[in-house]
Design a protein around this ligand. Structure first.
Ligand code: G6P
Length: 604
């Protein structure tokens, strides 16, 4: 979704803004632009398309000036075009605005401004903010921004330039991400920390509706009562190198290979010789009758793995919901329910709304989040960070596996709390979980070549069906999503037992089926389903740790290591990520930034 960068300092703003926007490209966008203040004027340059279109127009340095704001836009109100690209001028060009979010009372504001003689250059909701700033401006910027803030409804992260204010610019947020970067004689705003990591590691995270005034010498933050407040910056432990490709052709491949290290960071120091310690979290499984998991995309798929895991070991009922459904279905919750919100970015609009809905119903909320101090992390009662490091590729890999690993930690801790597994079993499972990262490292190295070979054979497929039961079905959901989002092959996951109830009618000669059979108790059952599709002409890739049991019914095998089947989704995920990656590479897709997708979905 839209990305924002802002700079004020002693250097030329445009190159810094372009550099920052480059680091936000991964969020997904279809146009970009910059506005720079110089003297009493603001100049805007913007263009539809990828950043290089903007770079051609700016020639790296124009517009000149040391204070500016920049934006990558993911179209919502109005299609991708030069006019709809941000920044947006006010009518008199005294204000320029960049915005991430959605203004919900757009129609009402448009009518309000039309009645007062304003006309519109774009179809965007953002332009209305620039016009409102002009309309309400009475000499004091803080008062003006407060008036506009009171008028707009919806979600926003805003960067605002005002002509004649020298090297000062303004920022505020509500339900959309924005950080303030604290430098030496220079200060920044950005949609996320990695965007400006080469310049600073010190950040202030503004609270909802607070207004930040930035100059090269400092950042002043005002609360909703217009009082100046002290904010202590956090120091990010990320480095600029964390957000580089490091010799890999794509971030996605780099991130696949980073998984063993990321899972290790997630689990290692939380598993002590005496068992699991979940940071400072005091939750006890015995206190909960039910767990509700709400999340979107791959985070939801991690939740499905978590359901099987927690129910198996801790015997606590787990409901899994897509956050976009959960928020509107009036869920039955209370103080004996734990709601778990899973989100890599911690900013997904539906997941944040699900969190608020759960709290409204009196449920305790645990967030499993990667981005430190993100909105979901801040609003939850408890947080478990997944420690995956920055994830740049739109299609998540290490974000997902670290979520699964965190749910395994939670499930084992709750099983211990509830006494549903013996102490010995508990210690042995935690030891096995602690051994997963090293095994995963070896496995990814080994399976890489085979995944590449199979991708070379099957990349022309037009449809793919991923089937499995139990954990294997949960892993199938993620495998199918990975393939479709980056290769654009139509791919779906089905519970293997459900095939006969409709989907098998789609199977014909050479349909591609990925049959996952890692759960020993269910392997025979899945094998029957593999036989059914094969006898109807499907080409089958079997994914299993026991090739001898299913190889005769498969065209090819993607072998998994021998491990406790409860941890198998981590290995299946890695194998299927690599397969999807190489298929997409063979088909020539834009792997790190697939069409139409956004990394962080901050609108509903
Ligand atoms: C987008 C991303 C997915 C991600 C989903 C949820 O669709 O492309 O990779 O799984 O959002 O994001 P979250 O940040 O909440 O995990």
């Amino acid at each position: 979704m839209c990305g924002i960068v802002g700079y004020t300092g002693k250097k030329q703003a445009t190159p810094i803004l372009l550099d920052g926007l480059g680091r936000l490209e991964y969020r997904g966008y279809d146009s970009s632009g910059v506005a720079v203040a110089s003297g009493d004027e603001i100049q805007i340059v913007k263009a539809k398309g990828r950043l290089f279109e903007l770079e051609k127009l700016t020639e790296g340095v124009n517009p000149a000036g040391t204070t500016g704001i920049g934006h990558t836009r993911w179209a919502t109100h109005g299609g991708p075009s030069d006019e709809n690209a941000h920044p947006h001028f006010s009518r008199d060009k005294s204000f320029a605005v960049v915005h991430n979010g959605i203004i919900e009372n757009y129609l009402e504001l448009r009518a309000f401004l039309s009645e007062r003689g304003f006309t519109f250059r774009s179809e965007t909701d953002t332009e209305l903010i620039s016009l409102l700033l002009e309309y309400y401006y009475g000499g004091d910027m803080l008062d003006t921004i407060i008036k506009v803030r009171n008028k707009i409804k919806g979600s926003y992260a805003l960067g605002i330039l005002h002509a004649g204010d020298g090297d000062t610019f303004y920022a505020l947020r509500k339900d959309s991400p924005l950080v303030l970067g604290v430098g030496d004689d220079e200060n920044f705003i950005a949609s996320d920390i990695p965007a400006v990591l080469p310049y600073t590691r010190k950040f202030i995270i503004p609270d909802e509706k607070e207004i930040a005034v930035l100059t090269p010498n400092g950042i002043t933050v005002f609360n909703t009562n217009k009082e100046k407040i002290e904010k202590t910056p956090i120091v990010s432990d990320l480095s600029a190198a964390d957000a580089e490709k490091d010799g890999y052709p794509h971030f996605m491949l780099k991130e696949i290979f980073e998984q063993p290290g990321a899972v290790k960071k997630t689990v290692h120091d939380r598993i002590t010789p005496d068992g699991i310690r979940l940071d400072r979290i005091k939750l006890n499984g015995k206190d909960f009758r039910k767990i509700c998991v709400a999340a979107c995309g791959s985070a939801y798929h991690a939740g499905v793995v978590g359901k099987y895991f927690i129910e198996k070991f801790a015997r606590i009922e787990v409901e899994t919901d897509l956050a976009s459904e959960f928020r509107y279905r009036n869920p039955i919750l209370g103080s004996d329910c734990l709601t778990v919100i899973i989100s890599q970015s911690g900013e997904t609009a539906d997941s944040l709304a699900a969190l608020r809905e759960a709290k409204r119903h009196g449920s305790r909320v645990l967030a499993i989040v990667n981005v430190v101090d993100s909105s979901i992390a801040r609003e939850a009662d408890d947080v478990l960070y997944t420690r995956a490091g920055p994830e740049i590729a739109v299609a998540t890999t290490k974000g997902y596996t670290t979520q699964v690993a965190t749910l395994c930690l939670l499930g084992l801790k709750f099983a211990h709390d509830c006494g549903t597994i013996s102490h010995d079993e508990y210690l042995s499972l935690t030891r096995e979980l602690k051994a997963v990262p090293d095994l995963l490292g070896k496995y990814i190295d080994e399976v890489n070549g085979k995944a590449q070979y199979l991708a070379g054979k099957y990349y022309p497929a037009s449809d793919a069906y991923f089937i499995g039961r139990g954990y294997d079905w949960a892993a199938a959901l993620e495998g199918a999503l990975k393939l479709k989002e980056i290769s654009y092959i139509h791919a779906e996951a089905y519970a293997a037992g459900e095939l006969k109830h409709g989907t098998i009618s789609l199977i014909e000669k050479n349909s591609l089926v990925i049959g996952i059979a890692a759960e020993p108790e269910l392997r025979e059952k899945t094998l029957s389903n593999i036989k059914e599709v094969r006898s109807r002409g499907a080409a089958v890739i079997g994914v299993t740790d026991a090739p001898q049991t299913i190889a005769a019914e498969c065209d090819d095998i993607l072998e998994l290591p021998e491990t406790n089947s409860a941890f198998s989704p981590l290995f299946t995920a890695a194998a299927l990520q690599l397969f999807a990656y190489y298929v997409a590479a063979a088909r020539g897709g834009d792997i790190d930034k697939p069409r139409n997708l956004a990394k962080s979905v901050t609108v509903e």
